[in-house]
Design a protein around this ligand. Sequence first.
Ligand SMILES: NC(=O)c1ccc[n+]([C@@H]2O[C@H](COP(=O)([O-])OP(=O)(O)OC[C@H]3O[C@@H](n4cnc5c(N)ncnc54)[C@H](OP(=O)(O)O)[C@@H]3O)[C@@H](O)[C@H]2O)c1
Length: 270
Amino acid sequence: MEYRLLGKTGLKVSVVGFGGIPIAQIGEDEAVKVVEKAMDLGINLFHTSPTYGDSASKIGKAIRERRDECILNVKVFGVSRRRAEKDLEAALRMLQTDRIEIVQFRITREEFKRGLGKDGGLQVLLKAQEEGVIEHIGITDHDPNFVADAIETGYFSNVLVPFNYVYDEALRRLIPLALKLGVGVAAMKPLGRGVLTNVSEALNYIWEHGVSTAIVGMKSVREVEENAQVGMRVQPLTPKQKETLRSLAESLLRQYEVRSGALEPKKVSK
Ligand SMILES: NC(=O)c1ccc[n+]([C@@H]2O[C@H](COP(=O)([O-])OP(=O)(O)OC[C@H]3O[C@@H](n4cnc5c(N)ncnc54)[C@H](OP(=O)(O)O)[C@@H]3O)[C@@H](O)[C@H]2O)c1
């Protein structure tokens, strides 16, 4: 597995990260096996949220004996102090841990001012960081241009945004700015929520743009094995592959609309 520095956090994260949404749909024993397989194959970054059903509890159970091998990455809603406290407490409890390496502050442009204010969630995260409960504070939203504005405040050492070869808005402003500021970039929805099945090309596309890790949602051992294999052989795309991805993206955009980085079939109007 290839590892990359996540900007100024200093953390070395696997290029394939584990996205926790899909394991909420499967049984606990199976989910534990999936997470254990990910660890066995060198995946060290595990992303979840107390809002993803029982995903965090399943990850917590799987990593309990191997906590030091893992970098936990949790999303906490940040609009208010109360909400951030509730999410952070729930995450710690579900993950059965007393520390989380990366907490990403989930907030929208409209909520941002409130989230940074005295009753906003950022105060909760800063205090938890001071107490050693959180190591690094990041920010996440579906709008990469808002996240670009947010990192200019200097509060955030890493970001998580949607990015894939069909939805590449992050390339315009966010990624160049983040690289300049030393802010680590992680990509969510790297497979467009499962629509992009040319996994090797889709992930290599992400890694060639300065992104440290592609956080892929997985819910089977087969998916973990396939994605980990790709992360063990990171390769630059050939000009021909890039051209193929461009035409594939054009064709997908005729059938799907992009919503928050995920691809959803267009409704046919009658
Ligand atoms: N911070 C935020 O606001 C936020 C928001 C959304 C997501 N996220 C994080 O980002 C992660 C990734 O996003 P995502 O799960 O929405 O989308 P994604 O990673 O683009 O796609 C996940 C889907 O891809 C399919 N898949 C995975 N590996 C595959 C393989 N080797 N071959 C074929 N299909 C494969 C699976 O489909 P099947 O289920 O059909 O097997 C899976 O459900 C999430 O799990 C979550 O942790 C964060």
